[in-house]
Design a protein around this ligand. Structure first.
Ligand SMILES: [Zn+2]
Length: 245
């Protein structure tokens, strides 16, 4: 009898623990909620403004992206990884020299789930210092690697007045497999242009060797959205244009 009761209680505890873990995992990857300080995935605005954001800079492909932006006379926000700034300091300086906004994407690009406060502090602070070492003077916002955050990261950012920036348009997530690069580019452009609204934040990953589809999509996304009346701004400019303060 006692054994049966023990099994029943243990089963309940296990199911509760699994359910709790599942809920926390879902919250950790939410684009629209975090426990402390809030986050921004889009701003409320009456103006047709949109922010292009690129994750995982700097890499050797950064110059290609800067060339497209220069040709189109458009600004964007580059979320940089600290250890990659150490690897490519000159490329990181070129991003600043081109007038782009720079954000913090952590030092080592690990998932911030059950991380200690000291780990969070080191990841954020070290990367902010590296960004400053490239000559960047503007505000530095933070984007969690893989969009993952739970307790310690939002708490640290909230305590230090650092804004968490997510996104509302991420075409890569929906990219069908087994497509040619041209088909991928067509999909990325079509999905992005169809889903952007005033105040949107677009996330692209154009810097890896196999991310040619994202790189080629940038120019067409800019052309198509500009023809619909959109103006491209940095994250700081987008936050400043919000009608909800
Ligand atoms: Zn990333």
């Amino acid at each position: 009898m006692k054994t049966k009761r023990f099994v029943r209680v243990a089963g309940c505890v296990l199911i509760s623990a699994l359910l709790c873990s599942y809920i926390l995992f879902q919250i950790s990857k939410s684009r629209t909620f975090q426990f402390f300080g809030g986050l921004t995935y889009r701003v409320a605005t009456d103006h047709k403004v949109v922010a292009l954001t690129f994750d995982d800079a700097p890499t050797l492909k950064t110059a290609d992206v800067l060339a497209i932006l220069k040709q189109k006379h458009v600004v964007a926000t580059f979320y940089e990884i600290g250890k990659e700034i150490e690897r490519y300091p000159e490329i990181a300086k070129a991003v600043v020299a081109a007038g782009m906004e720079v954000g913090n994407h952590s030092y080592s690009h690990q998932r911030f789930l059950l991380t200690s406060p000291s780990f969070v502090q080191s990841e954020v602070q070290k990367t902010n210092d590296l960004i400053r070492s490239t000559g960047y003077k503007g505000d530095i916002t933070f984007r969690p690697p893989n969009g993952k955050k739970l307790f310690s990261l939002p708490w640290y950012l909230h305590q230090h007045g650092i804004q968490t920036i997510m996104w509302d348009v991420e075409p890569d997530t929906y990219l069908p497999t087994n497509q040619t690069e041209d088909e991928q580019t067509t999909f990325l452009v079509g999905y992005t242009v169809a889903n952007v609204r005033p105040g949107s934040i677009i996330l692209l990953h154009p810097f890896c060797d196999t991310c040619g589809g994202d790189r080629r999509a940038i120019g067409q996304i800019i052309d198509d959205l500009q023809s619909k009346g959109y103006k491209f701004v940095t994250i700081s400019q987008l936050l400043a244009s919000s009608t909800q303060h």
